[in-house]
Design a protein. Structure first.
Length: 536
């Protein structure tokens, strides 16, 4: 159980007697401005209809809303939405209470948070002047009757020593919070005077504010307070991160990209970087890439921007492609396993979307050498065998991580194993735990080997797992994993350290000294393969 904004979040951890689950590969996080919804709290949605319900749908100042629509239109399956605001204010709702008033305010800020409340005394004893029943509803539009959400709080009390004191009860509400001091009397009943006409309601005031456009600091947020993109600390995992630009003609600030890239590295995810607005042609992009400040194995880019129909304006408009790209990758993962190589000529948008400019074949090849992939409206018949790249292409990084498919496979393996072995935090350290972890991780690797994740390599050439069999501190466990690199006889190694304070995953090389200390019986196959061992 872990704390959350609503109290406790309970999730099941897999144990040593269960296989390691394969995590999703295209769970996409979006961070930015929305019309309404909870702030600095990741909310999972599986369709654009769910996004509309929680965050209000399309809104011109929100490029995120269009990116989410394009994500689902291009094949996306699950999105995590983090709403960020800059000075937004929640509307209030005032209930008369004798000579005073009980003031509530919406839990979510914005001008489109339309609430109404009803108070009645049904089933309240005549002599009880402290208790009442409260109903709060969120409406699709002010003054309408289409109820989107409703919360009912029966038998709440104005008495502070009552177990259902109004302040304690509303602390768990998704719709409202208390504001200001409590009145001395309970709220007046809002039931119609005629009685037969049904309950009466009091509507929220028109004092909400959507706030100003987001700054870089708003989007970055605070890791300590878990705001901005660091609100994603509340979610278990994500694979892709999209930060749509603040407006149609503006780009995401460089500080945001640098912090987001570093955060993706920590979380085992990839940042989708949008091509700048000024890159109107492939030649513009090639010229600007000479000084482009971000080269990273944890980021990817597709060029150019996309033309899509803006349902609010009624015409086609240019959009940053991050949402469409994430949806396209999710669609590709549905068609083939993540280790099945995606070709560059399969970067095809769904009908209704098209690139803003055509990219000649020679320019496409030059962009690819710089780590920039090309979006297409139809399949290409040129240049067979080209594979999508990360933004590490052209840098001094590991050659394998320049290949997008290889990088995504590595993150998938490491994230799945890290997540599936967290049970060791509560286990007694020692040889038995090491044996269970080894068997569990080997079984996971063997399933991938059978499925063809490591190509035609033999099992002993495809992976290894080495556990620390010494007794460590309670709640602390270390082990090494490795899996085949593209070049024969090479492995990508990682050290995974579980402890009560959290989990750390770091790249590591398997040295003879480390192997002899952890598990000396593994030395035979190292000698047999003649692996080049280097210091970590």
């Amino acid at each position: 159980m872990t704390p959350s904004t609503l109290g406790l979040r309970v999730q099941e951890e897999r144990g040593p007697d269960q296989t390691i689950a394969r995590l999703s590969t295209a769970r996409t996080a979006f961070v930015g401005r929305t019309l309404r919804g909870p702030v600095n709290r990741p909310v999972a949605v599986r369709s654009f209809a769910e996004f509309q319900h929680a965050f209000g749908g399309l809104w011109q100042p929100s490029r995120l809303s269009y990116a989410v629509e394009q994500f689902f239109d291009n094949g996306g399956g699950e999105a995590l939405i983090v709403r960020v605001v800059n000075g937004a204010r929640a509307p209030t709702l005032t209930l008369r209470a004798g000579a005073g008033a009980l003031t509530l305010w919406a839990a979510s800020p914005g001008t489109r948070e339309f609430l109404r409340a009803s108070v009645d005394y049904d089933n309240i004893p005549a002599g009880d002047v402290a208790r009442f029943n409260l109903t709060v509803q969120r409406l699709r539009m002010q003054g309408g009757n289409h109820v989107e959400d409703q919360e009912i709080f029966p038998q709440v009390s104005m008495s502070r020593d009552h177990e259902r004191h109004i302040a304690q009860v509303l602390a768990q509400s998704e719709l409202v919070r208390l504001r200001g001091d409590l009145p001395t009397e309970r709220p007046d009943s809002t039931v119609h005077a005629a009685g037969s006409a049904g309950a009466g309601y009091v509507s929220s005031n028109s004092d909400g504010d959507d706030g100003a456009p987001l700054t870089d600091y708003d989007v970055i947020g605070s890791k300590i307070e878990r705001t901005g993109l660091f609100a994603l600390e509340e979610c278990d995992h994500f694979n892709l991160l999209c930060i749509p630009p603040p407006s149609r003609t503006e780009d995401v600030g460089l500080p945001v990209l640098l912090v987001a890239e570093r955060y993706c590295k920590e979380r085992g995810a990839l940042l989708i970087v949008d091509p700048p607005y000024a890159w109107h042609t492939a030649d513009d992009a090639l010229l600007a890439l000479r000084d482009f400040p971000l080269q990273s194995e944890n980021a990817l880019m597709y060029f150019p921007r996309v033309l899509a129909h803006d349902k609010l304006r009624g015409h086609f408009e240019s959009f940053a492609p991050c949402g469409a790209v994430a949806g396209m990758l999710a669609r590709s993962d549905e068609a083939r396993p993540i280790w099945g190589e995606m070709r560059i000529d399969e970067s095809v948008l769904r009908p209704g979307f098209r690139p803003v400019c055509l990219v000649p074949e020679d320019r496409r090849a030059r962009l690819l050498r710089r780590g920039v992939n090309t979006l297409q409206a139809v399949r290409s018949v040129g240049r067979p065998g080209a594979k999508p790249r990360t933004l590490a292409a052209g840098s001094a990084g590991t050659q394998d991580w320049q290949n997008l498919a290889s990088r995504r496979l590595a993150l998938f393996i490491v994230n799945s194993i890290e997540r599936g072995t967290r049970w060791v935090i509560a286990a007694e350290p020692g040889p038995e735990t090491a044996h269970l972890v080894t068997a569990q991780v080997r079984a996971f690797f063997e399933e991938l080997h059978e499925a063809g994740a490591f190509g035609s390599r033999r099992r002993e050439e495809s992976f290894y797992v080495v556990c620390d069999r010494r007794r460590g501190a309670p709640g602390e466990f270390h082990f090494l994993i490795g899996f085949a690199a593209v070049r024969p006889m090479e492995f990508h190694g990682y050290r995974i350290a579980h402890s009560a304070s959290g989990t750390k995953v770091q790249p590591a090389s398997l040295t003879r000294a480390t192997l002899a200390e952890f598990c000396p019986e593994e030395l035979d196959w190292v000698d047999k393969l003649a692996i080049q061992l280097e210091p970590p």
